[in-house]
Design a protein around this ligand. Sequence first.
Ligand code: GZL
Length: 345
Amino acid sequence: MQILGGMRVKKFLTASLSLFALLTFVLCITAWCFTYRGDEEAGPENAYESRVVLGFAQLGAESEWRSSSSLSVREAARKRGIELMFVNARQKQENQIKAIRSFIAHRVDVIAFSPVVETGWDNVLQEAKAEGIPVVLVDRSIRTEQEGLYVAFLGSDFVEEGRRAGRWLLDRYADFTGRVRIVELRGTEGASPTRGRDEGFREVIARDGRFEIVRLLRGDFMRSRGREEMERLLSDGRFPSVDGVDVLFAHNDDMAMGAVEAMEEHGIRPGRDVVVISVDAQKSALDALRRGKVNCVVECNPYIGDQLMDLARRLAAGLDVPALTYSDETVYTADDLENLPSRPW
Ligand code: GZL
């Protein structure tokens, strides 16, 4: 009986093991069917259906352009169903660094930010890299010796924006033989748009000895600061006297508008007594172009929210993204008054 019993147990065990092996095989096949997508990448359509959390550290709210940038990011995240953790760093690098660290702690899928200045990011971006969280630079760029601290840049070619301003100016003065004295109203020191616009503008005007930058003003991309700086220049009586200035090149609209206000209060006609060039092409500058108070507006495109969400979804799905995406931009002058774009502010 012992033998019979033993044989029964053996048969039972054999049958059980066979059943277990069959079930395991069926489960593996089932799982494989739900994950393997043939030889293409893990289905891009999956990339566009899963939950994505994007941490975005906006640098502040210093200008019309920045407000348009923030609106574009928020609208695109809402439209595309992306969970957005949005922090306004109020112009302070330490606030952006704190925000990035909180995104890391929350284990967001992707981090994006517009670096207020170009340097001082290595440590916090190393921390994101160590946690395997991809970082996208939006709008402004950074300078670093380290590789792989970010996976993509999405924004403008600031050097080319400066070149466009310079090329328009040389063309404007093509038939003029005297000296052309320029005041440059600079944005935030240490920021990539300030460095780039200055570099591109100087590169072009250097081709013609008549053009000279006779004064640098520092407006930090803010209207109030642009006005204060122009007030200061006007009060020292050298503008636009015999040794005065012919051109104002402002790194953004807000500073240009502040300077225009100050000039008008001193009886100077901006756009006529002084040629005014601005960058951004937000509402205030386009309105001033229509009224003849600004002569040239170089566009800088803040409306990149949709492109950012595309990058975020692809990165969250482990798909490749382009390392560099520049915005399409143009230049507006008095010749374009019939087809200027509308702007929200
Ligand atoms: C440019 C952006 C600049 C704008 C300013 O991409 O970083 O910052 O030109 C803004 O208006 O303050």
